[in-house]
Design a protein around this ligand. Structure first.
Ligand code: PA5
Length: 448
């Protein structure tokens, strides 16, 4: 299998002499700490050996359940938020036909999402659709108590039960949650839903390679064995190789921390393929929740080029110099399309006639790289040969491994997210959740 390639040659010139070496050493020190379980958050290290630890039986069972849902449903509604949502969507959108929803001979269900927003119109619109199609639900919540997915599930549970009757509805619902705790687990036991367990020691944003991601990905028709295979190869590689010289995850962590140390506080993950939009969203969550704490961390942002060259491009080229870019390049598209020649050439584009769109895209990428470097934006490049299950599995593991080392290098616990609680507490108080009455009163005063 071909490995992803990491190129930092367009970033090192932005660093003072010796800085990268010094950060490489710092990150290398974290490698044995991570693997021996002696670092912060060491009760959440289940993801480290998840690809090699997943049994063929589990993968087989997931495939069977996903097929069962796929066969009885035109739609699968995946309910979840954060780490219980983004990984599945990242992989499904990356692999799907870009207009999957309009394909006439589609064999697999369309995946729709809920529980990741509280838009009233969104939910009403979703139910308009559900009235007219056969559907199943995969409800995903590790804690089983997160408000957004719980509200969405309550609404859709009522809808599906009305549509199919309670017993039939229960056969159309899969719950993916904690082994024993949380309201969703209680509900699933009570109603007799099929359930899958999210291991205790795997946190939300590191859970895409558990049933959290694998059920929706398999139901959408993609090969979860290949995804796991790619991740497994990267797992072995990342665990075995403990130096920046031979482990790109260490080198990536080192260079981004070195750039951060130079005041580059925003990392922009850039891609030139619209199907990677949600991959960037997944990456943003992984890095944002893992590193952004104790008043530290690189702010993870994303951009889709060339689209965003016509919106963010100006700022990237000329605005505040607090950015570095990490470009995720794809060498080969799946399909081939060339610019046609035109006799009259009124648009003056015949100089492109016969060229592949990917060639034009590649020149846009190289032109942008050079312009941004000239503008003072360091560039890291990560490239994969093509977008497929194996390469995505590799990338997932690579980014997870690099993220944990990077968090340790920064001195934070990359596996917790205490800051997420602040808005939740206020929301509960403002909604008069029992037990939050006093806080509610105080908050309402502040809003006056
Ligand atoms: O990464 C995380 O831990 C979070 O983003 C969670 O995945 C998110 O808050 C959803 O939590 P839960 O799966 O408990 O509903």
């Amino acid at each position: 299998m071909e490995f992803l390639k990491l190129d930092i040659s367009k970033a090192i010139s932005f660093l003072p002499t010796g800085s990268l070496k010094s950060f490489e050493k710092k990150v290398e020190k974290q490698h044995p700490i991570l693997l021996s379980g002696n670092g912060k958050g060491n009760d959440f290290l289940g993801w480290v050996r998840l690809p090699s630890g997943s049994t063929p039986e589990l993968v087989q069972q997931i495939r069977e359940d996903a097929d069962r849902m796929a066969n009885s449903s035109q739609l699968l509604i995946v309910i979840g938020i954060g780490g219980s949502y983004l990984g599945a969507r990242a992989i499904i959108e990356a692999l799907n036909h870009p207009f999957n929803q309009l394909l006439p001979n589609r064999k697999k269900p369309i995946i729709l999402y809920a529980g990741e927003n509280l838009g009233e119109d969104y939910h009403v619109g979703l139910m308009d659709i559900l009235d007219n199609y056969d559907y199943s639900i995969a409800v995903i919540s590790k804690s089983g108590t997160t408000t957004e997915p719980a509200v969405a599930f309550r609404i859709l549970k009522a809808h599906i039960e009305k549509k199919y009757g309670r017993r039939q509805a229960a056969r159309r619902i899969i719950a993916i949650t904690d082994a024993s705790r949380g309201a969703l687990k209680v509900l699933a036991n009570e109603e007799g839903y099929s359930t899958y367990v999210i291991p205790d020691d795997v946190g939300g944003r590191y859970s895409v390679l558990t049933p959290v991601g694998l059920i929706p990905i398999a139901a959408a028709g993609f090969d979860i064995e290949k995804l796991m295979h790619g991740a497994r190869e990267m797992e072995e590689f990342c665990i075995e190789n403990s130096s920046a010289k031979n482990n790109p995850a260490i080198l990536y962590s080192a260079i981004r921390n070195a750039l951060y140390n130079q005041g580059k506080v925003v990392e922009l993950l850039v891609n030139y393929q619209p199907n990677l939009y949600y991959f960037t969203e997944w990456w943003k969550q992984l890095y944002g929740e893992s590193e952004g704490k104790e008043n530290k961390g690189i702010f993870p942002a994303g951009a889709g080029f060339t689209t965003d060259l016509h919106s963010l491009g100006q700022f990237i080229q000329d605005g505040s110099r607090m950015l570095f870019e990490t470009t995720l390049s794809v060498e080969n598209p799946k399909n081939e399309l060339r610019v046609p020649s035109d006799d009259k050439d009124l648009d003056g584009l015949n100089f492109l006639a016969g060229k592949r769109i990917s060639e034009i895209n590649r020149m846009a990428e190289l032109g942008t790289l050079l312009a941004h470097i000239d503008g003072g934006v360091p560039n890291i490049n990560i490239s994969i040969s093509s977008v497929n299950e194996e390469n995505l599995g590799q990338l997932i593991y690579f980014f997870e491994f690099a993220c944990s080392l990077s968090g340790y290098t920064l001195g934070v616990n990359p596996f917790d997210q205490p800051g997420v609680e602040a808005y939740k507490k206020n929301m509960f108080a403002l909604l008069n959740k029992p037990g939050f009455e006093k806080e509610g009163e105080a908050l309402r005063k502040k809003l006056e």
